[in-house]
Design a protein around this ligand. Structure first.
Ligand SMILES: Nc1ncnc2c1ncn2[C@@H]1O[C@H](COP(=O)(O)OP(=O)(O)OP(=O)(O)O)[C@@H](O)[C@H]1O
Ligand SMILES: [Mg+2]
Length: 300
């Protein structure tokens, strides 16, 4: 774990996400059927397990046996060892057993491990149950609060199959805008997976819809699912380059910093901002105009 980041373990994705998820956050992977949500969850789990971390996998669909079988097909039979060693706990919950979202879940997830830095996967949270009911929303917040205490969670969310699916951004924006009870706003990161389904090489696309407190790639990236590896995001070098801070404008930043520092108390505050901007300047564009605006503030 570096700089409070939890790598997703998805090939090619962490470079686009400032290193990965932030620690102790709720992260949503959203998409229609067959896009690779479960693969994402298992890959995220394995990345941690391979490094000695503990993983809690809450499955609302597949039993432990089904998960093991899929992993073996993927080339991940090591998963059995992790279960035997006790580092991977799979909890299979039958939806009918719960009046969902229920606080029982908060209790269940608390039980298996002590500590606060586990990887947690919930696959999938069932989508339509979320809206309208205020009480449900409240219990959802409580569950999320518990999850944040336990570690870093990835929650799979199924895209609605009501005709809005397949039209890309629209399908996520509509509920996002119209139905505020959607848990998207409770989450720190949202990743949207889509499969156009023409059977072409670049049919599968990934978009990072939001990633709180982080700079991240804003493109539409193609990905594939490879036996042995799992999800591989195929961002081009140019796309990855766009997310990296540019040091070529350091002189402009340094000059602005020395001007700010000469401004006294307010200047000290402005230089903190300028320095943060310097470390995160990912544009190819010269920052001089923006720096002028910041310094202008110092004269007001
Ligand atoms: N062993 C494998 N090797 C390569 N690709 C695989 C393998 N297993 C699954 N896939 C690909 O992944 C797709 C399904 O992935 P996954 O089960 O992760 O999707 P999902 O979004 O969880 O779907 P669901 O709606 O069933 O939950 C399959 O349709 C197939 O294209
Ligand atoms: Mg699945």
């Amino acid at each position: 774990m570096k700089n409070g980041r939890v790598p997703t373990g998805i090939y090619g994705l962490d470079d686009l996400m400032d290193g990965g998820f932030r620690e102790n956050t709720i992260n949503i992977v959203y998409g229609g059927t067959g896009v690779g949500k479960t693969t994402f969850g298992l890959q995220f789990s394995l990345f941690g397990l391979d490094r000695g971390e503990k993983v809690l996998y809450v499955s609302f669909e597949m039993s432990e046996q089904q998960i093991i079988r899929d992993c073996i097909d993927m080339g991940w039979k090591v998963i059995k060892d992790y279960i035997d060693e006790g580092n991977l706990k799979i909890i299979h919950i039958f939806g009918e057993d719960l009046t969902f979202p229920s606080l029982d879940i908060a209790e269940m997830i608390k039980k298996p491990f002590s500590g606060n830095n586990h990887r947690i996967v919930i696959d999938p949270f069932t989508y339509p149950t979320f809206y309208s009911d205020k009480e449900k929303r409240k219990s959802l917040s409580i569950i999320f609060q518990e999850l944040r205490k336990l570690g870093t969670s990835v929650i799979m969310l199924e895209e609605l199959a009501n005709g809005t699916s397949g039209c890309g951004m629209g399908s996520i924006e509509a509920p996002y805008l119209n139905v505020p009870s959607m848990p998207l706003y409770l989450s720190d990161t949202v990743i949207f997976l889509q499969n156009l389904g023409f059977g072409e090489m670049y049919d599968r696309t990934l978009r990072i819809m939001k990633h709180r407190g982080s700079k991240h790639g804003e493109g539409l990236y193609s990905y594939s699912i490879e036996t042995g590896l799992g999800i591989v995001v195929r961002a081009s070098e140019k796309q990855v380059e766009r997310v990296k801070p540019k040091i070529k404008y350091d002189n402009q930043f340094k000059e602005a910093l020395s001007k700010a520092k000469a401004m006294g108390v307010l200047g000290e505050k402005l230089s903190q901002r300028i320095d943060k901007l310097r470390k995160n300047w990912i544009h190819d564009e010269d920052p001089s105009e923006i720096l002028k605006l910041i310094l202008k503030e110092g004269y007001q």
